[in-house]
Design a protein around this ligand. Structure first.
Ligand code: SF4
Length: 562
């Protein structure tokens, strides 16, 4: 196969099938599995932009393909994939191992081509990448790289120097040169052509290789990102206001306009009835903007289940307008801890009474479900807090009308405190100790057996051992509470207990320096159990059943999905 630009998503650890490892019970809270198989949203905006500029672009989700097909050989596949530019995502730091290994393999297979790394983590670590990894030719930096990638692809196809292409760091003979991160658009209205995904599938005829994430075929979910940057400063977040300023050179958020948000959601809804997750609190940019987005979405009459995030409690008026958007509206709130001081220390400055008022209003307005997310590994948090999220769920659902309408999830802050975040840059001030700082250390940590050894932090209140055990207890207690409320089945409950049991066993053996080979079977069973135990974070029906295409396209798509 031949493309101009191949966008490649790696697994977190290459090859996780040979080297089993487990970065933490994160699929409690995101659609990705333990190898972080969901490709970044930027793949869609970049491929749309480049295709419109005349380049042939392919998206290849190597992580999802490796999960789906145990015999799939990345080198064999990559050998047959010819591209002028191979752009590998190193957006999330969990891909530190997989991204660099794939870069090395591609360099060997295609010595004449250009190997590019991009994403937030690549931006943060660009100097280390360029000095330690000679098989990487270019790092594309910044939070908006569509135009940068266009200029880069054009220059490479014309064999011209990259001098003057904003944001890039590249090799010029033996020297590494870098242009400043000056391309920082003030708005965020890039078009996303969702037909790109279908086109990509037609090109490869391989659903697993082109899926946004491994489980997409069984439980598709889609997203519209509404804002770039944030106005808040949750202390461990690499997407916070201070992190964007620190290494992405963005001092103001870039907003997607209400019309663009609606247009993008309509484009998804015209193809598929899967849930749509609107990433980013619509009130960033002001309540007026939130109301305008709600109006535009209501007029779009999407008919999909829609998820909205609230970064802080909302007024009844805002809730009312969001609720009026459609029939199945879900809310996603992350208080992080039911203990107010912990929440405040983390950077979410609101109390329980405001939170409960929001939840009560949402229940009375008929939101389909209100999801509350909690985390372990926060400032001021102690092992004795482990049962608090479960108790809070029981407390907040005590009114009969709230039963079944409020759900709750808990997971550790794992595996990494994000580089660029306040806690990473100034750990002492926030009660954190950061154990690895370089890309090399994170990359090495990812190959550890148990996720407590992968964590790049401990806090003044909990060691890594305690964070792992508190997480296990918190998940266990939450499962008990959910079983009693009828939110999960007994089978799911028992799978969760089995997963925790395996997690503890591996943790114990990992501490006693057991050999990796001896533990491999337990790690494999753990990841398998985790997959089966994962609850539905969102309503699910298979991709084949979700298609909203004209009949002839539907038949073709079903054939390709199989
Ligand atoms: S975690 Fe906090 S800082 Fe990060 S994006 Fe969410 S609200 Fe913003």
């Amino acid at each position: 196969m031949r493309v101009d630009v191949a966008l490649i998503h790696p697994p977190s650890v290459y090859d996780f099938r040979e080297l089993p490892s487990y970065a933490g019970p994160i699929s409690e809270v995101v659609p990705s599995l333990y190898v972080f198989d969901m490709y970044p949203y930027g793949f869609l905006t970049i491929s749309t932009y480049l295709e419109e500029a005349g380049f042939k672009v392919g998206i290849f989700n190597i992580a999802a393909k490796m999960l789906a097909d145990r015999k799939f050989s990345p080198p064999k596949f990559l050998k047959k994939l010819n591209a002028e530019v191979y752009a590998i995502s190193l957006h999330w730091l969990v891909h530190a191992h997989g991204a660099l290994e794939l870069a090395k393999i591609i360099r060997k297979l295609h010595p004449e081509s250009t190997v590019v790394l991009g994403g937030f983590s690549a931006t943060y670590y660009w100097q280390e990448i360029m000095s330690q990894h000679p098989y990487v030719d270019i790092v594309v930096r910044g939070d908006s790289t569509e135009e940068v990638m266009r200029q880069l692809a054009e220059r490479i196809s014309q064999h011209r120097s990259l001098e003057g292409v904003p944001n890039v760091a590249w090799r010029d003979g033996n020297k590494v040169r870098a242009e400043p991160i000056s391309h920082v658009p003030s708005d965020f209205n890039n078009r996303v052509d969702h037909w790109i995904v279908a086109k990509n599938l037609l090109r490869t005829r391989d659903m697993d290789l082109t899926s946004p994430f491994y489980g997409f075929k069984e439980k598709p979910v889609t997203a519209v990102i509404t804002v770039k940057g944030c106005i808040f400063n949750c202390i461990t977040c690499g997407g916070s206001a201070s992190a964007f300023k620190c290494y992405l050179n963005r001092s103001r958020v870039a907003l997607k306009s209400p019309d663009k948000i609606a247009e993008e959601a309509e484009s998804i809804a015209s193809m598929i009835s899967a849930p749509i997750f609107f990433v980013g609190d619509l009130r960033i940019g002001g309540e007026e903007r939130a109301l305008a987005v709600a109006k535009a979405l209501r007029e779009a009459d999407l008919g999909n289940e829609l998820f909205f995030e609230l970064f802080y409690p909302a007024s009844r008026k805002i809730l009312q307008e969001i609720r009026r958007i459609g029939d199945s509206i879900y809310l996603h709130i992350s208080p992080e801890s039911p203990i107010e001081e912990v929440r405040r220390a983390f950077g979410r400055p609101y109390g329980n009474s405001e939170l409960e008022k929001t939840v009560k209003n949402a229940v009375s307005l008929g939101f389909k479900r209100i999801d509350l997310y909690f985390m372990v590994g926060l400032p001021l948090q102690k092992p004795s807090h482990a049962d608090k999220p479960a108790k809070y769920l029981l407390y907040i659902t005590k009114e009969a009308t709230a039963r079944g309408r409020i759900d709750s999830f808990v997971a550790p802050l794992a595996p990494f405190v994000d580089p660029g975040s306040l806690a990473f840059e100034d750990p002492d001030s926030y009660g954190y100790a950061i154990l690895w700082r370089s890309l090399a250390c994170h990359r090495r940590a990812l190959t550890e057996l148990h996720w407590k050894q992968i964590l790049n932090y401990r806090t003044s209140w909990m060691s890594r051992e305690e964070i792992a055990e508190s997480s296990a207890r918190a998940i266990e207690e939450m499962a008990k509470a959910k079983l009693s409320l009828g939110l999960i089945s007994r089978e799911q409950y028992e799978l969760t207990l089995r997963r925790i049991e395996l997690d503890r066993k591996i943790s114990e053996l990992a501490s006693s320096q057991a050999r990796r080979e001896d533990l491999a079977a337990a790690v494999r069973e753990l990841v398998e159990t985790e997959y089966r135990a994962t609850e539905d974070l969102y309503p699910s029906r298979s991709l084949a059943k979700s298609l909203r295409l004209p009949l002839h396209l539907k038949l073709l798509a079903k054939l390709l999905i199989k």
